[in-house]
Each structure stands twice: as structure tokens, then as C-alpha cells.
Design a binder for this molecule. Structure first.
Ligand SMILES: *Cc1c(COP(=O)(O)O)cnc(C)c1O
Length: 372
């Protein structure tokens, strides 16, 4: 699905000596390289605070801890996403409230959010799925009206741009009260191990979170709150710092590949290509996900695999149907879109190194099966 080796060859001459330097200077943890990357990412995003941590799941959990959410508080999030989002809500003994998504951009549905709000609701977690932002303007309006926190799960959309109705633009992950991201190797900005970060423009929240990631310490050996141990190590930081200057180019390569896929599928009735909910810079194609109509999706997966074409189904089971998150309050009628999408979607290979020959081969095989 991704070609990390090809991407590495382009930055090897920067990454290798930088890793070597970390080893030579033995500044493995909390070294100056982590701070440098933090500053560079703050500049790139135009956000006041980036707090690096160990992975994207931790980032979500720490963001929720930082906001002071308490057991029993209800947190609204999307039914059609990766489990990490709902997992940390449950781990903190908050009450996850799953809601349906849009059938076009796969992001959390605004009317469904409104319907799910109760006096116990404390936060909304929009997941910017597959590389483009949820409707942040509407979400922030709802949040303001009901006094709720908004935590953007930006694991899949780093570098995407959101455009407000008045034309103003903002980077994904800088619009809510706080945001989380993941630097898992296959993400748009990925390291060579695990990594993550929290973003916020709120000075006080940033201070609280910096303590939480470090055992609740604000002064050495004074533990003021219950914290965690969640760090980005220096080796990962230098990898990320080598990649960050290329992030826009990487995202453009993904967009170019997406446009070529779109072109190949444009007149095929049974295939719906990804919907773009804003201008050309709005989508960074973490995944290139098609919706199929009247096609044996699982048969297509097998057919592509038999031709050595990797593909993925993100996500095959709605979260509300997962054993761990079943809840008697849920009503199937509230999840018509997600229940449909899990049967329709298929994601094709998407990365920075896809060439025309690969795209032609992949699209020809998809068309061969679909046109049967
Ligand atoms: C990858 C991902 C995460 C978790 O990130 P990790 O670094 O693997 O913990 C969380 N949310 C979404 C939407 C993701 O895609």
C-alpha cells in the first residue's frame, strides 16, 4: 500500500547522518533534536504549541486528559473510523457517543452531531478521515453554542487545508481547541517507528499537557496530576525533521496520483471516486478510497491481491458493531451511511512514489474486474 523504501532513498543523505549524530551524542530522549522538530512543525502548521509524544493514540488520550474530561462525560465521535479514537474515550471512562458520517466525504455528519448532544456532552472528536477535514466551521459553531471542546483527530490529514466560508484558510489540526496526530510510518508524515503529537493554540492547555506527557511533573519530582510517560525519541525527531520540508511535495505527489486514478475511473458508473469537499489543497489522500455500487467488493480485493496489487478495506466494521463498543443505546437506523460504506469501500495503493506504470496497471485490473 505504501513505498517507504522509495521515499527513503530521496532523503537518505540527510536522514543517515542525522541518526548517526543522535547516536554519537547519545541524546536519545528529550534531546535538542526533538525541540528543533517541534519548532519546525509549529512554524509549518502556524500553531502556537506542538507537544510531541509517543504515538497518535497517546496524543488523543493526553489531549482528553489535558481538557480535564471526567468519567461519565459524553464524547461524540464518528462511527466510521479507526478504533483508536473511541478506545481512548473508553479507557478514560468517558462515554463514547458514536454518530453517522457523510456518504460523500466520509466525515462526521453535522446533523447527527446535533442529534446526539445531551446535557452530559463535553466534547466532539472529528476525525479528518482519509486526508480531508470534517466540516470544522459547523462543528465549531455547535461547540460554541453548547460549550463543548473540539479535539481534531488529525492522524490522517496533516498538511491538508481547510477553507472557511469567508475564504479564510487554516491548516488541518489548528482549528479546534486541541488536535492530535500520528507519525506512524505509513501516515503522510511518518517516522521510522512510533510517534505522535498534540497541537494547540491555548497556552494554558499546552502547559498542562507538557506536564501530563511527563508523569504529571511541572517541577522535577513534583507530580501535580496523574500523567503518563509518552515521548517522541530523538531518532524519530530527526527522521521527521528530514521529511517535514518535503511534506507539501509528498502530499502533492499523492494528489497527482489520486487525479490519475480519478481520470481512469471517471466514466465508470459502478465506481464513485473520492469526493473533495474543498479546493485542490483540501485533500492530502492519506487513503484513496473508492465507493463501489453493484460490484463484489470482496471479490475485487481477492482479484487485485492475486495480481500482487495490495488494497485495503478501511473500515470493514462500524465501530458501533465492534464487540468492545456495543451499546444498547445505539439504534441501527442512526447508522445507515456507515452500515452501507463498510460494504462499499475499497482503498487502492497510495503513496509518494506511485508512477504512471503502476497506476495504469492498478486501474486496468480494477476495470477488468468491475467491467467483468
Ligand atoms: C493512525 C491513527 C491513529 C493512531 O495513531 P497511532 O500512532 O498508530 O497510535 C488515531 N486515529 C486515526 C484516525 C488514525 O488513522
Amino acid at each position: 500500500m505504501v513505498d517507504l523504501k522509495g521515499q527513503y532513498s530521496g532523503i537518505k543523505n540527510v536522514v543517515n547522518p542525522a541518526i548517526q549524530e543522535v547516536i554519537e551524542t547519545t541524546t536519545f530522549i528529550n534531546g535538542p533534536k526533538v525541540h528543533e522538530f517541534q519548532k519546525n512543525l509549529e512554524n509549518y502548521l502556524g500553531v502556537k504549541h506542538v507537544i510531541p509524544c509517543a504515538n497518535g493514540t497517546d496524543a488523543l488520550q493526553i489531549a482528553m486528559m489535558g481538557l480535564g474530561l471526567k468519567p461519565g462525560d459524553e464524547v461524540i465521535t464518528a462511527d466510521f473510523t479507526f478504533a483508536a479514537t473511541v478506545e481512548v474515550i473508553a479507557l478514560l471512562q468517558l462515554t463514547p457517543v458514536l454518530v453517522d458520517v457523510n456518504s460523500d466525504d466520509f466525515n462526521i455528519n453535522i446533523e447527527a452531531i446535533k442529534k446526539a448532544i445531551t446535557p452530559k456532552t463535553k466534547a466532539i472528536v472529528p476525525v479528518h478521515l482519509f486526508g480531508q477535514c470534517a466540516n470544522m466551521e459547523a462543528i465549531m459553531e455547535i461547540a460554541e453554542a453548547h460549550n463543548l471542546f473540539v479535539i481534531e483527530d488529525n492522524a490522517q490529514a496533516i498538511g491538508a487545508t481547510y477553507t472557511y466560508k469567508n475564504g479564510k484558510k487554516a491548516q488541518a489540526g489548528t482549528m479546534g481547541h486541541v488536535a492530535s496526530t500520528s507519525f506512524f510510518p505509513s501516515k503522510n508524515l511518518g517516522c521510522y517507528g512510533d510517534g505522535g503529537a498534540i497541537f494547540t493554540n491555548d497556552d494554558e492547555l499546552a502547559h498542562t499537557i507538557r506536564g501530563i506527557v511527563n508523569h504529571g511533573m511541572y517541577e522535577r519530582y513534583h507530580h501535580d496530576v496523574v500523567g503518563v510517560n509518552s515521548r517522541l525519541d530523538s531518532i524519530q525527531a530527526v527522521v521527521l525533521d528530514a521529511k517535514l520540508p518535503h511534506l507539501d511535495t509528498y502530499n502533492k505527489a499523492r494528489r497527482d496520483a489520486a487525479h490519475k486514478y480519478n481520470e481512469a475511473f471517471k466514466n465508470v458508473e459502478k465506481i464513485t471516486t473520492p469526493y473533495q469537499n474543498g479546493g485542490s489543497d483540501s485533500h492530502v489522500y492519506h487513503q484513496y478510497t473508492l465507493k463501489l455500487e453493484g460490484v463484489d467488493r470482496d471479490g475485487l480485493v481477492k482479484f487485485l491481491n492475486s495480481h500482487d496489487i495490495p488494497c485495503g478495506v478501511y473500515y470493514p466494521i462500524p465501530l458501533h458493531k465492534q464487540k468492545a463498543y456495543q451499546d444498547l443505546r445505539y439504534n441501527e437506523a442512526d447508522f445507515t451511511v456507515t452500515n452501507q460504506l463498510v460494504k462499499q469501500v475499497i482503498s487502492l495503493p497510495m503513496h509518494t512514489e506511485l508512477d504512471d506504470e503502476q497506476i495504469d496497471f492498478i486501474t486496468s485490473k480494477v476495470l477488468e474486474f468491475v467491467n467483468g
